[in-house]
Design a protein around this ligand. Structure first.
Ligand SMILES: Nc1nc2c(ncn2[C@@H]2O[C@H](COP(=O)(O)OP(=O)(O)OP(=O)(O)O)[C@@H](O)[C@H]2O)c(=O)[nH]1
Ligand SMILES: [Mg+2]
Length: 215
């Protein structure tokens, strides 16, 4: 049974990183708003027509959503960061204190896959504790037989082997066709519920009052 509303829901900070145009915002907004619309490059201006659900910050967008991780619930506080190189200097700020990092590449952009190693290092260096890292191959609706522009350039087996060699899970998603999006976030939620550093809202607010971090 899921927890009742009177019980406090534990929360976790999740940060989504990866090369520009790898599909981070489409994945994030598909999960949070359950829609797919042509996203605007994340730079820190209000993106999508929105609303109170998605909030815009310098070099990132933020939203939260309660996920079910098996029998329990967890509030995912999600930061969707800008992949544009001009904003890479801000990444350590967003990564700090993240309990999970979703590293995205596009299966139709080999260059974005080649950058996984450096994003992985960044996640391992800049999160304060040992984060749960999930590798995500986005745009899996693009297949070999598609036109040149959207041709798949990274196969599932290669990406999965890369993830396994680093002891990580790998999942392929399509925000466009709504494939594996909820599954990816719920996997993160489930992993978070198995950790000991997950906080209840009161603990998190006490901590933020006693530190300088705005996140
Ligand atoms: N075919 C397909 N295209 C997608 C999918 N997800 C995103 N795209 C397209 O990929 C492009 C980039 O998507 P974004 O979500 O803005 O990428 P991003 O990683 O947030 O980019 P930055 O904000 O620049 O870091 C857009 O034109 C999207 O429409 C998908 O699942 N399938
Ligand atoms: Mg974006």
């Amino acid at each position: 049974m899921l927890s009742t509303t009177s019980e406090p829901i534990p929360e976790a900070k999740i940060t989504v990183i990866g090369k520009s145009q790898s599909g981070k915002s489409a994945l994030f907004s598909r999960y949070v708003t359950e829609t797919f619309s042509e996203p605007v490059k994340t730079i820190g201006k209000p993106f999508f027509l929105s609303d109170d659900i998605l909030k815009s910050y310098l070099g990132a967008s933020f939203a939260q959503k309660v996920a079910s991780g098996g029998k329990r619930q967890i509030r995912l506080k999600i930061w969707d960061t800008a992949g544009d190189e001009r904003y890479q200097g801000l990444l350590p700020l967003y990564l700090r204190g993240s309990q999970a990092v979703m590293i995205c590449f596009s299966v139709c952009d080999r260059h974005s896959f080649e950058q996984m190693e450096s994003f992985l290092k960044l996640a391992q260096k800049d999160c304060s504790s040992d984060p749960y890292i999930l590798l995500i191959g986005t745009k899996c609706d693009t297949q070999k037989e598609s036109d040149q522009y959207e041709k798949r350039q990274v196969g599932y087996d290669e990406a999965e082997a890369f993830a396994r060699s680093h002891g990580l899970h790998y999942i392929e998603t399509s925000a466009k066709e709504n494939r594996n999006v909820t599954e990816a976030f719920e996997l993160v939620g489930k992993e978070m519920l198995g950790r000991t550093d997950i906080e209840l809202p009161e603990e998190a607010s006490k901590k933020s009052k006693s530190s300088c971090s705005i996140f």
